[in-house]
Design a protein around this ligand. Structure first.
Ligand code: FPP
Length: 224
Protein backbone atom coordinates (compact mmCIF):
# COMPACT_ATOMS: atom_id res chain seq x y z
CA UNK A 1 0.00 0.00 0.00
CA UNK A 2 1.29 3.51 -0.83
CA UNK A 3 1.98 5.92 1.97
CA UNK A 4 0.21 9.27 1.89
CA UNK A 5 1.66 12.45 3.37
CA UNK A 6 0.64 15.30 1.13
CA UNK A 7 -2.55 16.11 -0.76
CA UNK A 8 -2.82 19.16 -3.03
CA UNK A 9 -6.16 20.49 -4.27
CA UNK A 10 -7.26 22.86 -7.04
CA UNK A 11 -10.69 23.83 -5.75
CA UNK A 12 -12.31 24.64 -9.06
CA UNK A 13 -15.97 25.26 -9.82
CA UNK A 14 -17.09 27.70 -7.14
CA UNK A 15 -18.16 30.34 -9.65
CA UNK A 16 -20.22 27.91 -11.76
CA UNK A 17 -21.84 26.42 -8.65
CA UNK A 18 -22.80 29.86 -7.37
CA UNK A 19 -24.31 30.91 -10.70
CA UNK A 20 -26.24 27.65 -11.03
CA UNK A 21 -27.77 27.79 -7.54
CA UNK A 22 -27.96 31.51 -6.67
CA UNK A 23 -26.98 33.44 -9.78
CA UNK A 24 -24.00 34.72 -7.80
CA UNK A 25 -20.38 33.60 -8.21
CA UNK A 26 -19.60 34.91 -4.73
CA UNK A 27 -22.17 32.58 -3.14
CA UNK A 28 -20.19 29.76 -4.76
CA UNK A 29 -17.01 30.93 -3.06
CA UNK A 30 -18.86 31.09 0.27
CA UNK A 31 -20.04 27.50 -0.19
CA UNK A 32 -16.52 26.52 -1.25
CA UNK A 33 -15.13 27.76 2.04
CA UNK A 34 -17.47 25.42 3.95
CA UNK A 35 -16.07 22.49 1.99
CA UNK A 36 -12.52 23.64 2.79
CA UNK A 37 -13.38 23.40 6.49
CA UNK A 38 -14.80 19.88 6.06
CA UNK A 39 -11.81 18.64 4.06
CA UNK A 40 -9.42 19.97 6.71
CA UNK A 41 -11.23 17.83 9.28
CA UNK A 42 -11.12 14.74 7.07
CA UNK A 43 -7.39 15.30 6.50
CA UNK A 44 -6.87 15.36 10.26
CA UNK A 45 -8.87 12.15 10.65
CA UNK A 46 -6.84 10.49 7.90
CA UNK A 47 -3.57 11.66 9.50
CA UNK A 48 -2.46 13.43 6.34
CA UNK A 49 0.56 15.61 7.19
CA UNK A 50 0.25 18.30 4.48
CA UNK A 51 -2.76 19.76 2.68
CA UNK A 52 -2.01 22.35 -0.01
CA UNK A 53 -4.98 24.40 -1.22
CA UNK A 54 -4.98 26.69 -4.25
CA UNK A 55 -7.03 29.65 -3.05
CA UNK A 56 -5.83 32.54 -5.27
CA UNK A 57 -3.45 32.45 -8.23
CA UNK A 58 -1.33 35.24 -9.66
CA UNK A 59 -3.68 35.02 -12.68
CA UNK A 60 -6.80 35.51 -10.53
CA UNK A 61 -6.03 39.28 -10.39
CA UNK A 62 -7.66 39.39 -13.84
CA UNK A 63 -11.09 38.77 -12.24
CA UNK A 64 -13.58 41.60 -11.62
CA UNK A 65 -12.61 43.76 -8.64
CA UNK A 66 -15.88 42.88 -6.89
CA UNK A 67 -15.08 39.17 -6.94
CA UNK A 68 -11.48 39.71 -5.79
CA UNK A 69 -12.67 41.86 -2.89
CA UNK A 70 -15.18 39.19 -1.90
CA UNK A 71 -12.53 36.44 -2.01
CA UNK A 72 -10.21 38.52 0.17
CA UNK A 73 -13.05 39.18 2.64
CA UNK A 74 -13.69 35.42 2.81
CA UNK A 75 -10.03 34.77 3.46
CA UNK A 76 -10.02 37.40 6.18
CA UNK A 77 -13.05 35.77 7.82
CA UNK A 78 -11.43 32.35 7.51
CA UNK A 79 -8.20 33.52 9.16
CA UNK A 80 -10.00 35.48 11.89
CA UNK A 81 -12.56 32.79 12.75
CA UNK A 82 -10.44 29.72 12.29
CA UNK A 83 -7.22 30.72 13.95
CA UNK A 84 -8.19 29.57 17.44
CA UNK A 85 -9.70 26.40 15.97
CA UNK A 86 -6.48 25.71 14.04
CA UNK A 87 -4.52 26.22 17.23
CA UNK A 88 -6.81 23.86 19.14
CA UNK A 89 -6.45 21.21 16.47
CA UNK A 90 -2.65 21.60 16.43
CA UNK A 91 -2.71 22.73 12.76
CA UNK A 92 0.10 24.77 11.26
CA UNK A 93 -0.79 27.33 8.60
CA UNK A 94 1.72 28.36 5.96
CA UNK A 95 1.07 30.71 3.07
CA UNK A 96 2.79 29.92 -0.22
CA UNK A 97 2.87 32.70 -2.80
CA UNK A 98 3.72 36.37 -2.89
CA UNK A 99 2.53 37.73 0.43
CA UNK A 100 1.35 40.99 -1.07
CA UNK A 101 -2.41 41.16 -0.79
CA UNK A 102 -4.26 43.84 1.19
CA UNK A 103 -2.61 45.44 4.27
CA UNK A 104 -5.27 43.82 6.47
CA UNK A 105 -4.74 40.37 4.96
CA UNK A 106 -0.96 40.69 5.04
CA UNK A 107 -1.15 41.40 8.77
CA UNK A 108 -3.57 38.54 9.46
CA UNK A 109 -1.41 36.12 7.47
CA UNK A 110 1.70 36.99 9.46
CA UNK A 111 -0.19 36.65 12.72
CA UNK A 112 -1.78 33.29 11.75
CA UNK A 113 1.54 31.86 10.63
CA UNK A 114 3.24 33.02 13.81
CA UNK A 115 0.53 31.67 16.10
CA UNK A 116 0.56 28.22 14.50
CA UNK A 117 4.23 27.83 13.62
CA UNK A 118 4.97 25.16 16.24
CA UNK A 119 1.88 23.03 15.54
CA UNK A 120 2.41 19.57 14.20
CA UNK A 121 -0.73 17.54 13.44
CA UNK A 122 -1.44 18.88 9.94
CA UNK A 123 0.22 21.63 7.90
CA UNK A 124 -2.08 23.60 5.62
CA UNK A 125 -0.26 25.35 2.81
CA UNK A 126 -2.59 28.01 1.50
CA UNK A 127 -1.52 29.05 -1.99
CA UNK A 128 -2.33 32.76 -2.19
CA UNK A 129 -1.17 35.03 -4.97
CA UNK A 130 0.68 31.92 -6.09
CA UNK A 131 2.14 31.15 -9.52
CA UNK A 132 4.41 28.18 -10.10
CA UNK A 133 6.46 29.62 -12.98
CA UNK A 134 7.32 32.71 -10.97
CA UNK A 135 8.17 30.53 -7.94
CA UNK A 136 10.68 28.56 -10.06
CA UNK A 137 12.22 31.69 -11.62
CA UNK A 138 12.51 33.34 -8.23
CA UNK A 139 14.29 30.21 -6.89
CA UNK A 140 16.76 30.04 -9.78
CA UNK A 141 17.58 33.76 -9.45
CA UNK A 142 18.15 33.25 -5.72
CA UNK A 143 20.51 30.29 -6.33
CA UNK A 144 22.44 32.33 -8.91
CA UNK A 145 22.77 35.22 -6.50
CA UNK A 146 24.13 32.88 -3.82
CA UNK A 147 26.50 31.24 -6.35
CA UNK A 148 24.89 27.85 -5.77
CA UNK A 149 24.67 25.23 -8.51
CA UNK A 150 21.35 24.80 -10.28
CA UNK A 151 20.50 21.24 -9.25
CA UNK A 152 17.22 19.43 -8.63
CA UNK A 153 18.04 19.27 -4.93
CA UNK A 154 18.87 22.99 -4.66
CA UNK A 155 15.75 23.99 -6.54
CA UNK A 156 13.48 21.76 -4.41
CA UNK A 157 15.12 23.05 -1.24
CA UNK A 158 14.48 26.67 -2.11
CA UNK A 159 10.91 26.70 -3.41
CA UNK A 160 8.08 27.95 -1.16
CA UNK A 161 7.55 24.24 -0.39
CA UNK A 162 11.08 23.60 0.89
CA UNK A 163 11.16 20.91 3.60
CA UNK A 164 7.75 19.65 2.47
CA UNK A 165 7.56 16.34 0.58
CA UNK A 166 6.04 16.55 -2.90
CA UNK A 167 2.30 15.80 -3.03
CA UNK A 168 1.40 12.18 -3.71
CA UNK A 169 -2.11 13.24 -4.76
CA UNK A 170 -3.42 16.23 -6.71
CA UNK A 171 -7.18 16.65 -6.91
CA UNK A 172 -8.78 19.10 -9.32
CA UNK A 173 -12.53 19.44 -9.09
CA UNK A 174 -14.76 21.24 -11.59
CA UNK A 175 -14.43 18.91 -14.61
CA UNK A 176 -11.39 20.74 -16.00
CA UNK A 177 -8.15 18.96 -16.83
CA UNK A 178 -5.28 21.39 -16.46
CA UNK A 179 -2.71 22.42 -13.84
CA UNK A 180 -3.27 26.20 -14.02
CA UNK A 181 0.31 27.12 -13.01
CA UNK A 182 0.04 25.16 -9.74
CA UNK A 183 3.09 23.37 -8.24
CA UNK A 184 4.53 22.51 -11.68
CA UNK A 185 7.88 21.38 -10.21
CA UNK A 186 6.44 19.59 -7.19
CA UNK A 187 3.84 17.60 -9.18
CA UNK A 188 6.40 15.80 -11.40
CA UNK A 189 5.45 12.34 -10.06
CA UNK A 190 2.12 13.10 -8.41
CA UNK A 191 -0.98 10.99 -9.10
CA UNK A 192 -3.61 13.32 -10.54
CA UNK A 193 -7.33 12.88 -9.93
CA UNK A 194 -9.72 14.99 -12.00
CA UNK A 195 -13.13 15.17 -10.37
CA UNK A 196 -16.24 16.12 -12.32
CA UNK A 197 -18.03 17.64 -9.33
CA UNK A 198 -17.77 21.38 -8.67
CA UNK A 199 -15.81 22.17 -5.48
CA UNK A 200 -18.85 23.10 -3.32
CA UNK A 201 -20.36 19.66 -4.09
CA UNK A 202 -17.17 17.76 -3.19
CA UNK A 203 -17.54 15.81 0.04
CA UNK A 204 -15.88 13.44 2.48
CA UNK A 205 -17.03 10.38 0.53
CA UNK A 206 -15.46 11.71 -2.71
CA UNK A 207 -12.23 12.47 -0.85
CA UNK A 208 -12.11 8.99 0.72
CA UNK A 209 -12.76 7.35 -2.63
CA UNK A 210 -9.76 9.14 -4.17
CA UNK A 211 -7.53 8.32 -1.20
CA UNK A 212 -8.48 4.61 -1.35
CA UNK A 213 -7.85 4.50 -5.09
CA UNK A 214 -4.43 6.08 -4.54
CA UNK A 215 -3.46 3.76 -1.68
CA UNK A 216 -3.90 0.76 -3.98
CA UNK A 217 -2.16 2.19 -7.06
CA UNK A 218 1.07 0.74 -8.37
CA UNK A 219 3.53 3.67 -8.47
CA UNK A 220 6.80 2.99 -10.29
CA UNK A 221 8.40 6.44 -10.75
CA UNK A 222 9.71 5.70 -14.22
CA UNK A 223 10.75 2.14 -13.40
CA UNK A 224 8.65 -0.93 -14.34
C1 FPP B 1 -11.85 28.44 -8.32
O1 FPP B 1 -13.20 28.41 -8.72
C2 FPP B 1 -11.78 28.89 -6.95
C3 FPP B 1 -11.11 30.00 -6.53
C4 FPP B 1 -10.38 30.90 -7.44
C5 FPP B 1 -11.13 30.40 -5.12
C6 FPP B 1 -11.08 29.30 -4.13
C7 FPP B 1 -11.52 29.83 -2.82
C8 FPP B 1 -12.25 29.19 -1.90
C9 FPP B 1 -12.62 27.76 -2.00
C10 FPP B 1 -12.75 29.92 -0.70
C11 FPP B 1 -11.69 30.48 0.16
C12 FPP B 1 -10.73 29.47 0.60
C13 FPP B 1 -10.01 29.49 1.73
C14 FPP B 1 -9.05 28.40 1.99
C15 FPP B 1 -10.12 30.53 2.75
P1 FPP B 1 -13.69 29.36 -9.90
O2 FPP B 1 -14.16 30.62 -9.30
O3 FPP B 1 -12.59 29.48 -10.91
O4 FPP B 1 -14.88 28.54 -10.48
P2 FPP B 1 -15.39 28.48 -12.00
O5 FPP B 1 -14.37 27.65 -12.74
O6 FPP B 1 -16.70 27.79 -11.88
O7 FPP B 1 -15.48 29.89 -12.49
Amino acid sequence: MNSLNHVAIIMDGNGRWGIKHYNSRNKGHRAGLEVVEKIINVSLKKKISYLTLYAFSTENWKRPKKEINYLFKLLETFLKNQISDLEKKNIKLKIIGKKKLTPKLNKLILLSEKKTENNSSLQINLALNYGSKSEIIHTIKYLNKKNKIISEKNISNNLYTKKIPDPEILIRTGNTKRLSNFLLWQLAYTEIFFEKKLWPDFNEKDFNKIINKFLNLKRNFGSI
